[in-house]
Design a protein around this ligand. Structure first.
Ligand code: TXA
Ligand code: MG
Length: 317
């Protein structure tokens, strides 16, 4: 069921199978975006509510035009600068984007992933007339996103093997956090989900101040209060001197932060980038060790640290 043969993945998608794919952010559970029954199985495999919209992944920036009718100039500049990369754009949908993909909304989310294997797969599919892949993170709904093929196997292996679906192994995901989602239906960029492309990046590229989250934004499942959560209870700490209960508990913090007495160290990332890269694997290893509590000292600051804090707050909710 696990392969590193792109041709095998092409054949699987063409025959209506699902294929978990590596991207630079997290692994996605991919299906042909125009195959309604395959798209329905993506929801079934994840146990994801049907009204939560999916991201369509395409090979090149130009291919986004198949799915989005028009974008403001700032969004054209943004995609030109960032794609292929960890950015998702939400724009008005074309007739190709079905209700099952968009959750019945008039907008569609599109992304050009930067991972070379994802790019190779999308290019080969495009040459065979397949215009895009839906790919939500390849985890059970609400659980921690997968950043390796073995994480996908742990969450969805039973379903995928029962249905003769595939996992395309492309190694560990470089970023480790899901893409930044930007709503591009108005005069200003609105960040719906923070990620590796930060508001400072967006302001620098577009020359426009990022607007704060609107009250009435479209549905973003990753913005549910409780999401990205391991089985263990996640408790956020200001620093290593905070009070902890040291029974069957883990600890994750930057390398310079010492481990409080009695806690199991789950990771010691050297930088904020490393923290993002290792975060989901550390949360999963806490569950593998059957820990009851995982204490985390989140990195501070702007940029990627904000995206890490966003995910950790939802994991801790
Ligand atoms: O990095 C990523 O974006 C990964 C990789 C696999 O590409 N994918 C991912 O997909 O995180 P998923 O389904 O776990 O999260 C996609 C998010 C959801 O929160 C969904 O609600 C939001 O995108 N979304 C999709 N279409 C939307 C739309 N039309 N309006 C607003 N949000 C939308
Ligand atoms: Mg997800």
């Amino acid at each position: 069921m696990i392969t590193n043969d792109v041709a095998q993945a092409v054949a699987a998608i063409e025959s209506g199978k699902l294929c978990a794919i590596p991207t630079e952010t997290v692994y996605g559970l991919a299906a042909n975006a125009l195959d309604e029954s395959a798209v329905a199985r993506v929801f079934a495999a994840k146990e994801r509510p049907a009204d939560h919209p999916l991201i369509v992944h395409v090979a090149t920036t130009k291919d986004a035009n198949d799915w989005i009718t028009e974008l403001p100039q700032w969004a054209i500049d943004l995609t030109a600068a960032v794609w292929p990369g960890p950015l998702t754009i939400v724009g008005p949908r074309t007739a190709l984007a079905s209700n099952s993909v968009t959750g019945g909304q008039e907008t569609v989310a599109v992304r050009v992933p930067g991972h070379p294997i994802a790019h190779e797969l999308l290019s080969q599919l495009k040459a065979r007339g397949i215009k895009g892949l839906v790919a939500p993170s390849a985890n059970r709904f609400g659980h921690v996103s997968p950043t390796s093929a073995s994480h996908v196997l742990a969450d969805l292996g039973e379903y995928l093997s029962a249905h003769d679906d595939l996992i395309l192994d492309g190694g560990d995901c470089q970023v480790g956090l899901e893409s930044t989602i930007v709503l591009a239906t108005g005069p200003k960029p609105v960040i719906l989900r923070p990620g590796a492309i930060t508001s400072a990046d967006i302001e620098q590229i577009t020359g426009i101040a990022v607007s704060s989250q609107l009250a009435n934004v479209p549905r973003v499942s990753g913005s549910l209060d409780s999401h990205y959560a391991p089985i263990a209870k996640v408790i956020l700490l200001a620093d290593e001197t905070s009070e902890v209960t040291a029974v069957n508990s883990g600890f994750l913090a930057l390398a310079q932060v010492p481990t409080p007495d009695g806690l199991v160290r789950l990771g010691s990332p050297a930088t904020t980038d490393d923290f993002a890269h290792e975060l989901y694997g550390c949360l999963r290893s806490g569950d593998d060790l059957k820990l009851e509590v995982i204490y985390v000292v989140p990195p501070t600051g702007e940029g990627l640290a904000q995206a890490i804090n966003d995910r950790l707050q939802r994991a801790a909710f």
